[in-house]
Design a protein around this ligand. Structure first.
Ligand code: ACO
Ligand code: ZN
Length: 175
């Protein structure tokens, strides 16, 4: 498990030359910024310990986008779940996209795509067989994004959200 010290300096990339945006791993100091974005941009809120446990257990794929002042402007977090295979006694790993969001003023710059690409590379190292996620059936921008990454709808989870909205359960094979 990486410490704050070593995660802070790796995984940097500059996705916009004139207005630098850096993609790097999230650290403990960044969590407040992540939570702020989640609360603003998504109706699903999680308690602090939930973020902290994802950060502790799945550090490598918990990425953030920061602006030149080191303010968090986007994040992505995953967890890896062990699931019994349907057709054998084998246990398989699934990469589950827990949450992704980008602040409104920084959208359509490719930040979500960069976060997805880089975090999926990290998740793949855990030898997973597929990536999975839930998304609101009305969330056209996100569904569009996932389709671009070859996710397809496997099923509908009825009334998945607290307000009663259905979710698409989307899956993408890891290979
Ligand atoms: N309309 C249609 N397609 C869109 C839109 C939009 N408004 N925004 C993004 N996309 C799709 C497009 O396919 C786009 O590719 P293109 O620009 O070549 O057409 C692709 O997504 C990538 O766009 P990015 O610029 O990388 O996406 P962005 O950084 O704007 O972030 C995101 C997309 C994360 C969905 C953003 O709109 C957001 O934060 N929304 C609110 C939070 C949210 O809904 N998160 C997903 C919830 S589900 C979950 O977390 C598992
Ligand atoms: Zn989920």
């Amino acid at each position: 498990m990486g410490t704050d010290k070593d995660t802070r300096t790796i995984n940097f990339s500059n996705i916009n030359g004139s207005n630098p945006i850096l993609i790097r791993r999230c650290t403990l100091e960044d969590l407040e910024g992540v939570i702020e974005i989640n609360e603003k941009e998504l109706p699903e809120d999680y308690p602090y310990f939930f973020y902290k446990s994802i950060l502790d257990n799945f550090t490598e794929s918990f990425l953030i986008a920061v602006d030149i002042n080191n303010n968090v402007i986007g994040y992505i977090m995953w967890r890896v779940e062990k699931v019994p295979a349907i057709d054998s006694l084998k246990i398989t790993n699934k990469g589950h996209l827990v949450s992704i969001a980008v602040i409104k003023v920084s959208r359509r710059l490719g930040i979500a795509q960069t976060l997805l690409t880089k975090s999926m590379e990290e998740i793949k190292k855990k030898i997973i067989d597929e990536f999975v996620l839930e998304v609101r059936v009305s969330n056209y921008p996100a569904i569009n994004l996932y389709k671009k990454y070859n996710f397809s709808t496997q099923s509908i989870k009825y009334k998945y959200y607290r307000d009663g909205e259905n979710a698409y359960f989307m899956v993408c094979k890891a290979k």
